[in-house]
Structure formats: C-alpha cells, structure tokens
Design a protein around this ligand. Structure first.
Ligand code: PHE
Ligand code: FE
Length: 279
C-alpha cells in the first residue's frame, strides 16, 4: 500500500501518515521507537491540561475509565492498554498510520478493533489539529470503550457501516458517527456532559459544548441527525443529546435500510440550521 488513501472527511489535504507501513487492513505496528522525548512530553502536557477540566463537563463513565489508559507521562503502548481493555469489553486497539477509508474502518470496528493513529501532533499544533492523532484517538475515544453498552454500540456502528456501504448510505451514517461518537452530549445528573471524543480531546470545545449559549442542542433523533451536515474545522453549531448509552443503543438498533430509503432526496439541514425536527 504505497499510496495514501482518499478518506472520508471533507479535508482536501492528503493525510500525513506513512501508509507504506500499513498492511492490507490498514493496520500497522505501533512505531513506539519513533517517539521522541518531546513527543512523550506533548502527550503528557495535553493529558494534564485536559484531565484538569473534566469534572462537571465529561461523562462520569469517561472520568472513571480514563486512568485505565495508564501513566499519563508517556504515550502508552497500545498492547498494555489492550490487556485491560480486552478483559473489560473484548475490544482491542490496533495502530494505523492515520485516517483510513470507510470500509476497512467499518470492518475493524465490526470486529471490535479500534484503530488508533500512532503519531502525535507537533508542539505548533498543541491547541488544534484537523486530523486525528494519538492523543485524540486514545484520550478521546478509548475510555468509553471500557463501558460495555457504549462498546457494543461502536461494534454495531461498524456492522451498520458495512451495510450502509452496500446501500450507498455512508454519508448519512457517518453523520450519526459524527454527532454521537465524536460530538455527542449526554444528560447526566440533571446536567449536560460530553461523551464525544472530538469534544473530550479539545481544550476549547469541551466547555463550549457544555456551557456556551451559542450552539443549538437537540435531542438525538435519527432522521434529523442523518440529514444534518457538519463542519470539521470549527466548533459544532448543533449538538445532539442522549439520555443514556442504553437509549443510544436502543434508538440505533432498528434496521436503517428503510430510513436511508426515505431520506434519499430529502433536503439536508445546514450545520447551524435552527429548524428542530424534520419537515
Ligand atoms: N441498526 C443499524 C442498521 O440497521 C446499524 C447501526 C447500529 C448503525 C448502531 C449505527 C449504530 O443499519
Ligand atoms: Fe475521532
């Protein structure tokens, strides 16, 4: 696989990873030897800054599971995390060079393998990076894979992705990923908390998503979500809120094929559209 793949997402730049390291399924060995002292320090500083503001903003399940990533001082070895993760929910982390195409991505998730980018951002990108790096993928996504219900949801999403690929419905399904796994909010103990990895790994978006009066927050509704475009380079203008991971799992258990059928040809909602529900 010499060539960087064209991936989902709306970025026009080619991804930065070295895809010549990857196997057929896009996984590679975690290039642990490549990490410099500065890389580990970047991870440590990102971890410190973000873990300091989780209380009251992040989902309780996320806060509880975060220490299971291991020592915050160094980028963890994925195999070390796997010893704990596999025991908890039978998920495992696999290293990838960066974003990968949809179908291999769905296949990994359907097999309870979570792809984690192995490289880390440069110090210049400390506050913001468009592509996922090891900090976003590990810190943002992995703690909730220790939660049995959420872990099952992500596997089901992978299976649903393979099905959607056969139905030409990936764009609709990927919006559900975006507005749940990446940017989801959950109501907990009477308040809003973040469970989406894009929020949880962002210094600025975490307090914004939970507290700012600017964005719109709607209850998660399949059709509204699947019709809503999203921005990859600004804070979200719309968030969708769930009441529990059980609710998320149950809401998405139904067959999506008829929904895709119905939504085809229906108008989309802009990322900041204020109309609450489908017309
Ligand atoms: N139920 C969905 C389908 O039939 C699959 C799915 C499950 C998608 C969970 C996303 C999340 O396509
Ligand atoms: Fe992500």
């Amino acid at each position: 696989m010499g060539q960087a793949p064209v991936v989902y997402g709306q970025s026009s730049r080619p991804p930065r990873g070295d895809y010549s390291r990857a196997q057929e399924d896009y996984t590679c060995a975690q290039n642990f030897a490549a990490y410099t002292a500065a890389d580990h320090d970047t991870y440590h500083r990102l971890y410190q800054r973000q873990s300091a503001q989780l209380q009251g903003l992040a989902s309780e399940a996320f806060i509880q599971a975060l220490p299971l990533l291991g020592a915050k001082e160094r980028i963890p070895r994925f195999d070390d995390v796997n010893e704990r993760l596999y025991r908890a929910t039978r998920w495992e982390l696999v290293a990838v060079p960066g974003l990968i195409p949809e179908v291999p991505f769905f296949s990994l998730l359907a097999n309870r393998k979570f792809p984690v980018t192995d490289w880390i951002r440069t110090p210049q990108e400390f506050d913001y990076i468009v592509e996922p790096d090891v900090f976003h993928d590990l810190f943002g996504h992995v703690p909730l894979l220790f939660n049995p219900v959420f872990a099952d949801y992500v596997q089901r999403y992978g299976e649903g992705g393979l099905k959607a690929a056969g139905l030409g419905a990936c764009e609709m399904l990927s919006r559900l990923y975006w507005y749940t796994i990446e940017f989801g909010l959950i109501r907990e103990q009477g308040g809003l908390r973040a469970y989406g990895a894009g929020i949880l790994s962002s210094r600025g978006e975490l307090p914004y998503a939970v507290h700012s009066p600017e964005p719109q927050r709607l209850p998660l509704e399949l059709e509204r979500t699947m019709r809503t475009r999203y921005k990859i380079d600004t804070y979200q203008q719309t968030y969708f809120v769930i009441d529990s991971f059980e609710q998320l799992f149950e809401l998405t258990a139904q067959d999506f094929a008829p929904i895709y059928e119905r939504l085809r040809g229906q108008p989309e909602f802009a990322a900041d559209a204020r109309e609450p529900l489908p017309a």
